[in-house]
Design a protein around this ligand. Structure first.
Ligand code: CAA
Length: 391
């Protein structure tokens, strides 16, 4: 198969949660000056899952419009990326496969490497499509970012899913070679199997992220990548939106440019619009950035977009994608805004209650309270099995 065949993102759709907590409510509770949240970390609100929502319901909700538009005939692989996995053995993608009515002749697997997982899925999908361009791959990145209550990470929480259909002759973004790669064994952010909330060394994680940016970029240039000034915009992993600015400033300085605030804004601002009100969506975050960019920016046809995917622990990848002619006709801008606007605002006490909620582990029949108005719900945990339903 010709390696230069155009392969990339043919469709992209996002979903988020039933509820939202404004940072003003969190600041009102813990006495933080609101400027720290709004300006210091660049967050306005966080998506909060209902008691009957999780990575499966969000992932299915993100992917359903893609199936409605393109059908299932050519999808032979589903790659589900997450770091808030709900089972140690079974892929969350198998539940999504059933909820969407995908054909049994499909391979489904879950991928994990912190927030980098979706990029591993995307690159694997590109490889599969290059091998057989008749096939399409459904990539689903879905995560609930959860830190301990009253910890420094709490204001960066969020939840969302992005589904991408990867295909030959894509309608949105062609994924290019080469990639710049970086891996280092560090403990900046992790979640042991016995914990629901992540552990993090905040300051060390920011330093590690910046080091990964410059290292992945260095490899990208050594592999023959584009020069920095060719890029129209950069989709960074956004644990909080200010991090995208920190990362790009670091990249500019690494490449010998002074920090030009106007240049920085132009390169990053559009990509932060959804993350700013959704919060950290881990694996989905860089691709929420892409969705926001495509939905908001002036015409990007033929313009290269830089992607920097960072997953703590850590693995990073820098690669380029190019917006293809006619891409604006295939965007889901109104649906994306609706997914954000339809969220119901929680008060702080209700948020804390949801944060602390978990199913009993006794194997009994535990229905979930009906809260979500989304298309899929987690109905119960029954005999240690998660029961999902279409609403
Ligand atoms: N007005 C304006 N700005 C203010 C302010 C105010 N009143 N008060 C504080 N600030 C600014 C600070 O100056 C600081 O800005 P700079 O970073 O530009 O210096 C910013 O607000 C944050 O303040 P602090 O550093 O004091 O905040 P903190 O100690 O509470 O911690 C954090 C911030 C480390 C990001 C914390 O939220 C955290 O641990 N988050 C989780 C970890 C994380 O997101 N790491 C990112 C890299 S790792 C990764 O990317 C993987 C992943 O998804 C987790």
């Amino acid at each position: 198969m010709a390696k230069d065949r155009a392969v990339g993102i043919h469709d992209l759709s996002l979903a988020t949660t039933e509820f939202v907590l404004p940072h003003t409510a969190l600041a009102g509770y813990n006495g933080t000056e609101i400027g720290k949240y709004h300006l210091g970390i660049g967050q306005r609100s966080m998506s909060v899952p209902a008691a009957d929502e999780d990575i499966v319901t969000m992932g299915a909700a993100a992917a359903a419009p893609i199936i409605a538009r393109h059908g299932t005939d050519r999808i032979r692989t589903v790659l589900f990326a997450t770091e808030s996995s709900i089972d140690q053995a079974k892929s969350a993608g198998v539940y999504v496969h059933a909820l969407l009515g995908l054909p049994s002749a499909t391979r489904v697997v879950e991928l994990k490497q912190a927030c980098y997982g979706a990029t591993a899925a995307l690159q694997s999908a590109v490889g599969l499509v290059l091998r057989d361009p008749r096939q399409q791959v459904l990539v689903v990145a879905s995560d609930v970012s959860k830190y301990d209550l009253d910890s420094p990470g709490e204001p960066t929480q969020g939840a969302a899913a992005v589904a991408m259909l990867v295909a030959a002759d894509p309608a949105l973004v062609r994924v290019e070679e080469p990639s710049g790669l970086f891996t280092a064994d560090i403990m900046d952010f992790w979640r042991p199997n016995y914990r629901e909330a992540a552990l993090v060394d905040g300051e060390a994680s920011i330093t590690a992220y910046l080091h990964a940016v410059e290292s992945a970029w260095k490899d990208y240039t050594e592999q023959g990548g584009r020069p920095l000034d060719e890029f129209a915009a950069f989709c960074y992993h956004q644990p909080f939106t200010k991090m995208a600015y920190k990362a790009h400033r670091h990249l500019l300085n690494t490449c010998g440019y002074d920090t030009d605030e106007a240049l920085l804004q132009r390169a990053v601002e559009d990509t932060t619009a959804y993350n700013r009100v959704i919060g950290n969506s881990y694996t989905a975050s860089a691709y929420l950035g892409l969705a926001a960019l495509l939905d908001r920016a002036d015409d990007l046809t033929g313009r290269p977009i830089g992607f920097l995917s960072y997953g703590s622990g850590s693995v990073a990848e820098f690669f380029a994608g190019t917006a293809v002619p006619g891409y604006r006709r295939h965007l889901r801008t109104a649906a994306h805004q609706e997914a954000i606007d339809r969220r119901r605002t929680l008060d702080h006490a209700a948020y804390r209650e949801l944060h602390e909620r978990s199913f009993p582990t006794d194997g009994g029949d535990h229905p979930a309270p009906p809260q979500t108005t989304g298309p899929f719900r987690l109905a119960a945990l029954r005999g240690h099995k998660r029961i999902y339903e279409r609403r």
